[in-house]
Design a protein around this ligand. Structure first.
Ligand code: PLP
Length: 355
């Protein structure tokens, strides 16, 4: 049973770790093609898309950069509500893009009406808007469906780029229905694999935009991923052990537990975490936007004391992040963590908090 409650990397089931020890296969042979075909089929329901979704041997940060490199050449609007949504602006600036920010206080969610007002009042045209589905630093989930809808309505050729790093496979996400352009996640969060690969989906409009980018680099080129996927593979030598583990884990998520049940389990873990910590810690995010995958808490006792005491009992909790480092700690309740494991951890946390 897991004693590891960090909001990524998350606990990995032993049988999935075992998948990574299989003997190597070549990535241009029939065996890899067969493996890739299984993965590609299961990525569709994971993203809620009828389109191809892809795998890159890289982390989530790389996909943030890749999304911008393929989709933006002039100006972007970055919506920010915490440390990871702010990372978009650093990356965009490092690529020489003009960046406008629409920020809310940490702990709050982005208001779709503010985005609509911003797009209407600013005459500037944006190549893309960035949205962070689940802000891992604050434990806030943004309403991506509503945010994408206002971007579509106010600025139809602005692409919608979505970081689903700590939501994919833990919180409902519907790429096609919500009309998203790029959506990605690294696998060390709700997908519950060791870190090292990232999953992503790309719309037709985003592929068309990439086509017009003369200097979109090589490794991050979405068109190259599409071309190789059409041929049953990836552009360069991937982390093959991850592909074995991914195939097995996607089978579990899609046909074993089932996505709907997985989402419900995550919601139940949020409710339990908030209810059982209320006596000794304040929820740091707005209750209505509280994440189903990570809870940031401001405890009465100093957070580092609590975490150290929990460590002595064998439990690892997440630290506060960025400017909330000193005042909060985070409970990662994502991936394959069970209610039983969560409750066992919360039993210990209650005792430690009362000491
Ligand atoms: N975006 C979010 C919301 C995250 O939580 C993280 C990592 O925690 C990242 C991006 C960066 O992902 P990675 O560490 O896989 O590069």
């Amino acid at each position: 049973m897991s004693k590891f409650f960090v909001p990524g990397p998350t606990w990995v089931r032993p049988e999935i770790l075992q998948e990574m020890t299989r003997p190597m296969i070549g990535h241009r042979g029939a065996e890899f093609r067969e493996l890739y075909a299984r993965i590609a089929a299961d990525l569709k329901p994971l993203f809620g898309t009828a389109r191809d979704a892809f795998v890159m041997t890289a982390t989530g940060t790389a996909l943030m950069e890749a999304a911008l490199v393929n989709c933006a050449s002039r100006r972007v609007l970055v919506t920010t509500c915490g440390a990871f949504s702010e990372r978009w602006s650093q990356i965009a600036e490092s690529l020489g893009l003009e960046v406008d920010k629409l920020a809310v206080e940490w702990g709050q969610a982005i208001d779709p009406e503010d985005v609509a007002d911003h797009l209407v009042s600013r005459k500037a045209h944006y190549d893309a808007v960035t949205i962070t589905h689940n802000e891992t630093s604050t434990g806030v989930t943004n309403d991506v469906a509503a945010l994408a809808r206002v971007v579509r309505a106010e600025s139809p050729d602005t692409l919608v780029l979505v970081d689903a790093v700590s939501s994919l496979a833990g919180i409902p996400l519907r790429f096609d229905e919500w009309n998203l352009d790029v959506c990605f996640a690294s696998v060390q969060k709700c997908v519950a694999l060791p870190p090292g690969i990232a999953l992503f989906a790309v719309s037709e409009q985003a592929l068309a935009r990439a086509q017009k980018m003369p200097y979109r680099g090589t490794y991050f080129d979405f068109l190259s991923y599409k071309k190789h996927a059409d041929d049953g593979g990836v552009p360069s030598t991937p982390s093959i052990p991850h592909f074995f583990a991914l195939a097995a884990q996607l089978g579990h998520i899609v046909r074993g537990e089932g996505l709907e049940a997985r989402w419900r389990r995550h919601e139940a873990m949020r409710e339990t975490t908030i209810a059982r910590t209320a006596k000794f810690a304040k929820l740091a995010s707005e209750r209505v936007h509280a994440s189903a995958t990570v809870t940031a808490l401001a405890p009465v006792r100093p957070p580092e004391e609590l975490r150290a005491a929990m460590r002595q009992r064998g439990f690892t909790l997440g630290g506060g992040y960025g400017k909330w480092k000193e005042t909060t700690f985070r409970v990662g309740h994502m991936g394959d963590i069970t209610m039983e494991a969560l409750n066992a951890m919360l039993d210990a946390l209650e005792e430690v908090a009362a000491a």
